[in-house]
Design a protein. Structure first.
Length: 89
């Protein structure tokens, strides 16, 4: 069953902050408004361990990582995430 709702999270060198962001999203998820949720992290060419940390995240919601090698800007990351998302909203 495809997700009903997708959250797109563009990230770039977020190693120091990514856990707080993920905690906020999982708190939102736990409220039960969107039980069939997908979280799409889009790594915009980070040079730190951001992608590795995202790969280690576990959550009842579907967590995906989209990554590409070169930094192309936040707009590109958001667009790429929207194209990769499978949720209806």
């Amino acid at each position: 069953m495809p997700p009903s709702f997708s959250i797109i999270v563009p990230v770039y060198n977020e190693e120091q902050r990514i856990h707080k962001t993920f905690a906020s999203i999982t708190t939102f998820y736990a409220q039960g408004y969107f039980p069939n949720l997908e979280i799409v992290f889009v790594d915009d060419g980070s040079k730190d361990r951001t992608a590795d940390l995202v790969r280690g995240f576990t959550c009842p919601a579907k967590v995906r990582l989209v990554t590409y090698g070169q930094n192309r800007g936040k707009g590109h990351a958001v667009k790429r995430g929207m194209l990769e998302a499978t949720g209806g909203i």
